[in-house]
Design a protein around this ligand. Structure first.
Ligand code: 1HE
Length: 261
C-alpha cells in the first residue's frame, strides 16, 4: 500500500482504524535509505481516512539499524544540510502528524533508528531491545532530530555519554533511562503496541490532537505562556460536543471509572 516495497502499510483493528507501518528491509536490518525516509514522509501525509492511531515496527530481528551507511557518500556541507533537513521533515510528519504513533521496538534501535523511535509518541520495547548512537564512532553527528528529541527523553548527559563512549543501553536500563515507556517480554512489543493503539484510537480526536500538537509545545514554553496556552487548549477541547457527551456518560454512570487494575 505504499510506493516503496521497503515500507509497508496495513490496516488493523476492528474498524480498520489502526495503521500498521512496517520497515520491511530485514536483510539490511531496516537501515533507512533516502527512498525509505521519503516514503515515510509521504505515508504520514496520506494515511487513509478514519485511521485513529498508528504502530510502527521493523521486520526481522531488529527495529532499525539507522541511516543506510552505504548512501553516506561524499556530500558537501550544503548537501549534508539538505539531507538532514529531509529527515527532519519526515520525522516532523511522524511527531506532528495526523495520529499518535506507537513504536514497537526490538533488537537494534540505533542511530537514525533511535531518532525515528524518538519522534513517535509512545515506545514499547521488548527485552531484546538495545539502544545506541554509533554516529560518534563513525565520525558523524546525529542528523534526524536526535539532538533535539533524545535529550528530552533521557537527558543531555546520557546522550553525550552514549555518543562519546559508544555506550549501549540494554532494554532494562533503557527503560529506566527513559527511552521506552513500556518494557514487555521478548516478542510481545508489537501486540502491546497494537493494544495501546486500539485504546488511543478511542479517544476524542481533539484530545489526541491536543496531546500531540499542544502538549510538547506548551511544555517548552515559559510557564506564564504555557499556562495561557493550556487554558486555551482546555477551553477548545471541552467545548467539543464529543467532550460533553463523554462527561455526561460518566455522570450518568455509563462510562468506565478510573481503575488501578
Ligand atoms: C547496513 C546497516 C546500515 C546493517 N547501513 N547497511 N548505524 C550503524 O552504525 C549501525 C550499523 N549496523 C550494525 O551495527 C549491525 O548491523 C546491527 C547491530 C544493527 C545488526 O547486526 P547483525 O549482525 O544482525 O547484522 P549485520 O551482519 O551487521 O548486517 C546485515 C546486513 O545489513 C549487512 O549487509 P550485507 O550486504 O553484508 O548482508 C550490513 O552491511 C547491513 N547493514 N546496518 C547500511 N546502518 C539522519 S542521520 C542518522 C545517522 C545514523 O544513523 S549513523 C548510525 C548508522
Amino acid at each position: 500500500m505504499t510506493t516503496n516495497p521497503d515500507l509497508q502499510l496495513e490496516l488493523r483493528g476492528p474498524q480498520n482504524n489502526i495503521a500498521v507501518i512496517r520497515l520491511a528491509r530485514p536483510t539490511k536490518r531496516n537501515a533507512l535509505n533516502d527512498g525509505l525516509i521519503l516514503a515515510l514522509r509521504d505515508l504520514m501525509d496520506n494515511l487513509p481516512e478514519g485511521v485513529g492511531a498508528a504502530v510502527i515496527h521493523g521486520e526481522g530481528d531488529h527495529f532499525c539499524a539507522g541511516l543506510d551507511l552505504s548512501e553516506l557518500k561524499e556530500r558537501d556541507a550544503g548537501q549534508g544540510l539538505q539531507h538532514s533537513r529531509m529527515w527532519h521533515t519526515a520525522l516532523e510528519r511522524v511527531q506532528f502528524g495526523p495520529v499518535p504513533v506507537i513504536a514497537a521496538l526490538h533488537g537494534a534501535v540505533v542511530g537514525g533508528g533511535l531518532e525515528l523511535a524518538s519522534s513517535c509518541h509512545i515506545r514499547v520495547a521488548d527485552e531484546t531491545t538495545f539502544y545506541a548512537l554509533p554516529e560518534g564512532s563513525r565520525g558523524i553527528f546525529v542528523g534526524g532530530g536526535g539532538s533535539v528529541r533524545i535529550p528530552r527523553l533521557i537527558g543531555t548527559a546520557r546522550m553525550m555519554d552514549m555518543m562519546m563512549t559508544g555506550r549501549v543501553y540494554n532494554a532494562v536500563d533503557g527503560e529506566k533511562a527513559g527511552f521506552a515507556q513500556y518494557l514487555v517480554p521478548t516478542g510481545t512489543a508489537f501486540d502491546k503496541a497494537l493494544e495501546l493503539a486500539g485504546r488511543i484510537a478511542q479517544n476524542a480526536p481533539l484530545t489526541n490532537y491536543a496531546l500531540m500538537h499542544a502538549l510538547p509545545r506548551i511544555a517548552e514554553q515559559p510557564s506564564d505562556q504555557g499556562l495561557m496556552a493550556e487554558a486555551m487548549m482546555a477551553a477548545i477541547a471541552q467545548s467539543a460536543p464529543e467532550a460533553k457527551a463523554r462527561v455526561r456518560a460518566f455522570l450518568e454512570g455509563k462510562a468506565a471509572k478510573v481503575s488501578k487494575d
